[in-house]
Every structure is written in C-alpha cells, then in structure tokens.
Design a protein around this ligand. Structure first.
Ligand code: ADP
Length: 616
C-alpha cells in the first residue's frame, strides 16, 4: 500500500519532470534555433562574399570599356559631323566585333539628344539604332560628363542588363555617349545549383537578379509612389512585371541577419539571410540559406537537452527514491533498536525487580534457615530432654521395682531374725542379693549404651559370629522350646565390622524374635538367613510373631522404646544395635514378612580383598 503510494508519487514526479523538460525545450527551442540560424547565416557569408566578388569583378571588367570606345576617331567623327551612312555601317560592324570579343550584350553610340546612331545589334530584330535613350539615367549621367551606370530591363531586348556609359568628347565638348550593356543572365548562371539562394536587390528593394527566376522584379517591401515615378521615368522595369514578394521577415540580430519566410501558405520556404551591398552598382546582394539544417541542429540539440533533463530527472528520482528507502530503512532500524532498547530496559527492570526479590528471598531464606537452625537446636534440646525423661522414667521404673523388693525382703529378713527364723531371713537376704545383681546388670547395660566401644572395625568372619550368638541364647531357646533354622553357606563370608558388637546385635535380634514368638506355638521357628550380592551381605532374622505394627515402626529404633512389661525390657536393644550397624557402614532395617512375623535385616559391607588375603 505504502509502496504503491510511493511509486505513484514517483510516476507523478517523473510525469511532471517530463512535462517541465518538454516545456523548457519548447520555450528554449526558439532561442536555440535563432543561435543556429545566425551561425548558419555567418557560415554562408563566405559564399556571399564570393558572389559579391564575382559580380564586382565582372562589372569592373566592363567599366572602362565605354570610355575606351568613346576615344575612337570614327565615333567622334560620326557624332561630330553629319551622319554618313557608310561610316555608320563601319561603326556598326566594329561595335559588333568589339561586343562579341568582350562578351558584352550590346554596345551603342548615342548623340546628345539621346538618339542612337550606331549599335552592335544593328542587324538584330531589336536593334537599338534609331531609338532614343534620353530617358535613361546612364545617358543623362554620361551626357553630363560623368561615367553612367545603370541596370534595367532592356526596353527593346526585354533582357536585363547592366549599363556603363561614357561621354564622347571633342575638344573638351561632349558630343555624344557610348554605352555598353552587359547581360546579367550569365552572372546568375554561376549561382544555380548551390545550397543557398542569391539575390540582388536595387535601391528600392526590387529583386533584379536571383538564382530563382520567379523572384525577378519582386520587391522585398512595398514601393512608394516616388519610387514608382522614378522607375517609370527611367523605364527601368516594365511596370506589369513588378510585384511584392510574398515575404515575412524578422530580424535575428543587429548584424542584419534576418529570417525570410517566402511563399504562400502551404508552400512556404524558410531562409536565413544576410547581405552585402555593392554601393558603386547600387546593389545589395543577399544570400538566403534554407533553415532546414539549422532547425534540424536546433531540434537535435533541444531534443538532446530534453532527454538529458529527463535522464537527470530519472536519475534524481532514482536517487531520491534510494535515499528515501535508505531513510526508511534507517527509520525501521532506529525504531527496531528503540523497541529493543525498550525491551532491554523493561527486561532490565524486570531483572532488577527479580534480583531484588531474589535478594529479599535470600534474606528470608537466611532468616528461615536461622529460625530452622534455632528450631532444630530447640528440637534437639527438646529431644534430649525427652530422651532424658524417657530414660529417667525407664530407670526409675527398673530400679524402683527391685528397690521395693529389696525393702520388702530386708523388712522380711528383720522380722524373720526377730522371730529367730534365720533360714527364712537368709532366703530373703539371698533375694536381696539377686535384686542387687539385677540392678548391677541394668547399670552395665546403661554403661554399654553410653560408652563408645574400644573395638576397631575390620574384616570379621560372619558364620562363627552367628553360631556363637545362637549358642549364647541356647538356654533361652530351650526355655521357649523354640527352633533356630540357620542354613549357612558352604563358604565363609567376611564382612567389615567388630566381632563382639556384631554378636551383640545378633543376640539382641534373636532374643527379640524369641520374645515376640507366641507362647501358644508348639515349637516357634526362628529363621536366620544369609543373602549375598557382590559387595554386600544381608543377614535376616525372621520370627513368627505379630510383626511390627505401623504405629510402632517409626520409633522402634528410638532409645528406651519398649512394648514389653516392666522388668522385661529397657528399650535399648534395637537402639544400640542400630547405632552399631551404622558404625560398621551398614544398615539395620525392619519389615513384616508377607506370611506374618517380623523380619530384621542387617545389611553389611563385604570385606572382599581382606577375605582374599586371609584365604592365602
Ligand atoms: P526391649 O526388648 O527391651 O523392649 P528393644 O529395643 O530390643 O527393647 O525392643 C524394643 C521394642 O521393639 C520391643 O519392646 C518390641 O515392642 C519391639 N520388638 C522388638 N523385636 C521385635 C520382634 N521380633 N517382633 C515384634 N516386636 C519386636
């Protein structure tokens, strides 16, 4: 849409440029044509000068002739004395001879009255002999002693001619005139076939000679009455021949260069003209050059100029369009950049905001972390207190019961001693001793729980440890009428741990299994199984008891957690076992078997390389 608008604007601009160029061309054409016309006229001046020189040369050749002929004694004799027919004949012949030899049209002798006595054309139909030329200016000039010059259409011959006349004198007296007439047709002949037209006008502007015969006797401007009267008097031209040339002219410069448009509508001819005058002959010679060549040149130049202007306009339009496109592209780039900058600014703001939020969050997290740490330490503290409470409760329970028993037994012993029943008193004292042993045992348990073991962790042969644990519990197993199912693998297995502590764990797990086994069961079964992988060994102790309930499973490894009746458990066995196995780099886990009963699994690291070394 924008583009079509632009190209339309471009088209409009080009059309305007074209119209302007053509207008300038048209306006300038006249000026350019004028320059070329003047130049063409100047170039034709050479031809004009040649024509003028030719005319002058021709005339000057004949100018002295009448004077020379007038010196002839025979002519003086003829004019001085009365006419002698023989003499006239002789002179006629002589004049004819001279005219033929010099190329003159006619030579004739006139007396002071204007009467012609002898002529070179005496024997021609239009002989001048007997005619009177007193009206001719050349006669009048010579008759007064001067050199007569004239040009005119011959009244007898009807031929155009130039006349030179000289007086014939006898003893300083003028007795007659000798005239020589030159036909101008020959002079014109040289001008035929040239590119330019040459014409000769007289003082009235009448064309006397011309390369175009149809222009003869036509005047360049209207003749006034004085001119017409003079022409009539001298009978220079035949009145009926005269006319006005169909001419429109305008001056092109001060040097006299003019444009002539000759001819009627439809067959007009255009010329550029310049002229030179031959004052002695009373002539003005014009050269008329057709304007065709100059016009063509002007056309070519103007057309070229218009084309150049158009081309310039086209180039300018192209450049302008390119510039506009460039500006447009720059504008697009600028707006894209601005958009980008805006986006960057927006993003930066967002980022700053996010950053600030992040910083705030970090601060909040730090605060939360601090609070968490504090809560943790509070919790630890609370846990410690809880553990201490649990322990105190358990201990007080464990110790209170034997202590109460000790008190009863002691009181009984005193009573028996008072009643002199020393045997019964001894029995009671013995029971007190048993109670003391039991409290000592509890104390020992606690010591074990609190103290860190001295035993180092290292490779331990597993099977003997299991066998020992089972043997330690042999009494309890027998009491419960239970059966331990242990199918040891053929090869020995070495694990990383401590022998005594591992044994302690196994004793604990098997003991718990025995405790969990139901009383009503005829022969409770406890299965001890070993499962090996590449790097680990799992020892599972499974019983046929109720399993570990969901409520209990979360705290089963906590110290002092027990479900057993007071006096039967401290709740430390699993807690101690858990920590021991963890110290070995292993894990103690509990699950319930799908077929019932709890399964306690010890997961341990295999001491493979040590095992290999020991085998050697
Ligand atoms: P104690 O045997 O002195 O109670 P323990 O830490 O060994 O202490 O055991 C904690 C509790 O875990 C027991 O009171 C019992 O409730 C539960 N428990 C342990 N072994 C088993 C088992 N094999 N089956 C079911 N419950 C068990």
């Amino acid at each position: 849409m924008r583009r079509t608008l632009k190209s339309r604007r471009l088209g409009l601009w080009l059309a305007l440029a074209a119209v302007l160029s053509v207008a300038i061309g048209l306006a300038g054409f006249a000026r350019v044509e004028r320059i070329f016309l003047i130049r063409s006229a100047q170039q034709s001046q050479g031809t004009l000068r040649l024509a003028v020189a030719g005319l002058r040369g021709a005339l000057s050749r004949y100018e002295p002739l009448p004077g020379l002929i007038a010196e002839k004694p025979s002519i003086k004799l003829l004019l001085g004395k009365s006419a002698d027919p023989d003499l006239i004949d002789a002179i006629n012949l002589e004049l004819k001879k001279i005219a033929a030899s010099v190329g003159a049209s006619d030579i004739y002798v006139i007396d002071r009255s204007g009467y012609t006595w002898a002529a070179s054309n005496f024997d021609q139909p239009h002989s001048f002999v007997g005619l009177n030329y007193a009206y001719r200016p050349y006669f009048q000039q010579a008759n007064e002693g001067a050199l007569g010059r004239f040009f005119a259409l011959g009244t007898a011959s009807l031929k155009r001619g130039y006349y030179f006349a000289a007086p014939v004198t006898l003893l300083n007296d003028i007795i007659g005139v000798v005239t020589i007439k030159i036909a101008v047709d020959n002079l014109e002949a040289d001008w035929q076939g040239a590119d330019s037209e040459i014409l000769v006008t007289d003082q009235y502007g009448i064309i006397f000679m011309s390369s175009r015969p149809e222009w003869h006797f036509k005047s360049l401007q209207p003749l006034d009455s004085l001119a017409l009267a003079q022409i009539n008097a001298s009978r220079q031209y035949q009145q009926e021949n005269l006319g006005l040339l169909d001419l429109q002219k305008d001056t092109l410069n001060e040097a006299g260069v003019e444009r002539f448009v000759i001819g009627a509508e439809g067959k007009r001819e255009n010329f550029v003209t310049t002229s030179l005058s031959i004052p002695e002959a009373g002539w003005t010679v014009h050269i008329l050059t057709p304007t065709t060549a100059a016009r063509a040149q002007a056309y070519t130049l103007v057309t070229m100029a218009v084309l150049v202007m158009l081309l310039t306009a086209l180039i300018a339009a192209f450049m302008l369009q390119r510039r506009a496109r460039l500006f447009e592209r720059i504008e697009v780039q600028r707006s894209a950049q601005a958009l980008l900058e805006n986006r960057v600014a927006a993003r930066t703001t967002d980022l700053n905001l996010a950053n600030a939020q992040l910083l705030q969050e970090i601060e909040e997290r730090k605060l939360a972390e601090q609070q968490l740490r504090k809560s943790q330490s509070d919790l630890v503290q609370a846990g410690k207190l809880a553990a201490l409470g649990q322990m105190s409760a358990a201990l007080s329970h464990e110790f209170n019961q034997p202590l109460a028993a000790v008190k009863t037994y002691a009181d009984n012993a005193v009573t028996y001693l008072d009643r002199s029943r020393p045997e019964d008193a001894r029995e009671n004292v013995g029971r007190i001793s048993q109670m003391a042993d039991r409290m000592a045992a509890i104390s020992k348990h606690l010591r074990n729980f609190a103290r860190r073991p001295q035993e180092q962790i290292g490779p331990v042969s597993l099977l003997p440890v299991i066998h020992d644990a089972i043997s330690i519990l042999a009494g309890k197993i027998r009491d419960r009428n239970a059966q331990i199912l242990f199918d040891p693998p053929a090869h020995d297995i070495w694990i990383m741990g401590g022998q005594i502590r591992l044994q302690q764990v196994l004793v604990n797990l098997i003991s718990n299994a025995l405790d969990a086994s139901p009383d009503d069961h005829a022969e409770p079964l406890i299965i001890v199984a070993i499962e090996e992988t590449d790097s680990r060994v799992r020892i599972a102790v499974r019983d046929q008891g109720p399993g570990v309930s969901e409520q209990v499973v979360g705290q089963i490894f906590d110290p002092f957690f027990t479900t057993k009746d007071p006096g039967h458990g401290l709740g430390l066995g699993l807690s101690i076992s858990y920590n021991i196995i963890r110290d070995f780099g292993g894990q103690l886990l509990t699950t319930n078997h799908p077929e019932g009963g709890a399964v306690f699994t010890i997961d341990l690291v295999v001491a493979e390389h040590i095992m290999g070394a020991a085998a050697q």
